[in-house]
Design a protein around this ligand. Sequence first.
Ligand SMILES: [Cu+2]
Length: 358
Amino acid sequence: MRKSRRLLFLPAAALGLLGLAGLAGQPVANAQAPTLNVDAGAGQDGNWTNLYLPSSVTVETGTTVQWTIKSGEVHSITFILGQPPAEPVATPSGGSIPDETFVNSDLIPPGATYDVTFTAPGEYQYFCIIHPNMTGTVTVVDPGSAGAAGVDNNESAAARGAAEAYSASFEANANNAALLARPLQVTPKAGGQREYTVILGGETKLSQQNIMYPSQLNLRAGDSVKFKNEVAVPHSATFGAPPPADPFTVPASKAGAAVDGTGFVHTGILLAIPDPTSPTEFVLNFPKAGTYQYACILHPEMTGTITVSAAGAPLPPNTGSGIEAANRASMLGLSLVFGSVLLAMAASATVVVAARRS
Ligand SMILES: [Cu+2]
């Protein structure tokens, strides 16, 4: 239930995404106010660690902490010091704590930054609104006070962050390896066709795998594919460029719809949560020989290719779930399409929020 409620934050998240994109390149440091850098997220090729790195920092009063999103997965930097507002709106970068009791970047994209200046001693906790295990602490001490000996500089923070990322990468890599090693699930159907299963991603406490397992699949014409999500991170299998709308509202195709390269085919958002109305799997048919590329409507880096041979032709072997470097490069074009859709979505959400406020 908690996960599904969090999804409602996303339109507001898009506002943050748009608003902060313009701030990313501006210099923030000056001689009077030191800036300490903290990363949000780490990883590569869809195998993301969901952590603030380092998770705890100590700064002197007056320091600005700057967070940078370092994974393909989006994150927020959210401080709630008092009563949170009814709507989890984004607040602009550059706020100060404890002068403000609600400071929320909302979901911001890879490379975006968010600044908060700390003006009084204290221990301030923050979290990511979509990753429940992703939490951090900023401890603020006065210069010359007992705690001042533990104040971080960018070198100490980066070293600790790298160590924490390295440690967490074992969990992420182990889950990726386990998913890659899983035997391909194939179910014979009446008439000699087969139904294959593609697993949409993985998740551990501190990581998520935005990866199709397998990302390359070989079928014969007439076979079908069940796209199945076993985790609480929402994903889809989407063929063709989606309409410029909030991706959570793009309707699914009919169950069993044909992927033949002629139109937009979409599983809808699949999600494994204890909510019987939330679909976890969706079957699509592949009646025609060809090569079909697809991606998750929410995660442009999460791509796959399905190669369909003519009915009766010898089936090329499915060689496991490894990601082929060449295949990933060829998907870049599709990723760019999805990226522009994300921007369109952000723009439409801004209009909605503006209308609500007026
Ligand atoms: Cu996804």
